[in-house]
Design a protein around this ligand. Sequence first.
Ligand code: DX5
Ligand code: ZN
Length: 216
Amino acid sequence: MSIIIAPSILAADFGNLQRDCEVVNNSKADWFHLDIMDGVFVPNISYGMPVISAINKIATKTLDVHLMIVDPDRYIETFKNLGADILTVHYEACTHLHRTLQNIKTNGMKAGVAVNPHTSIDLLKDILFDVDLVLIMSVNPGFGGQSFIENTYKKIENLKKMREESRSNFIIEVDGGVNSNNASKLIYSGADALVAGSFVFKSENPIKTIENLKNC
Ligand code: DX5
Ligand code: ZN
């Protein structure tokens, strides 16, 4: 299977949101990555429901929604109604993670769990069969444009090993500081999906940048 590319709309030009969504539609990208921040779980606030609804009207690809919010259970149904296909919650934000994941699936979405750079993937052992996707954060969540944390490669390799040994089946996604310098090594380590924000939208030719990532 070829690598899944998920441009992060956080780095798009919000004055030209329709144009940038169409860039993703017309590119080799597979998913739209939407970052939702509440100013509590992370020290930043991104965008909310009206923006997602606007994106959903334009987007012709999978909506991969990454919730960086406390108590995400309150909004699972809302995100389904907004068009989310994949809903990822943070391990660190869920007291009853198993219940939250079941809730996402009951609402007809794929369920993802994200882990911060300091969170050990060993903590996921007991929910490997309950997730469709594991999102490894390669920066501390909250902002685009940060530098990639090198420890990520090892984490991906170990997670891939865990998946093989347990014979479970989920997508390994990496998010934060992804660019052409680390993409091949991330894929080699075991990543199935790469999120890229600044590297795509701050480049001169985002369509070409996405294609280059896809061919890594
Ligand atoms: C960070 C977000 C990322 C962010 C990635 O908290 O989860 O998805 O948009 O942006 P870059 O690719 O610029 O690091
Ligand atoms: Zn994200």
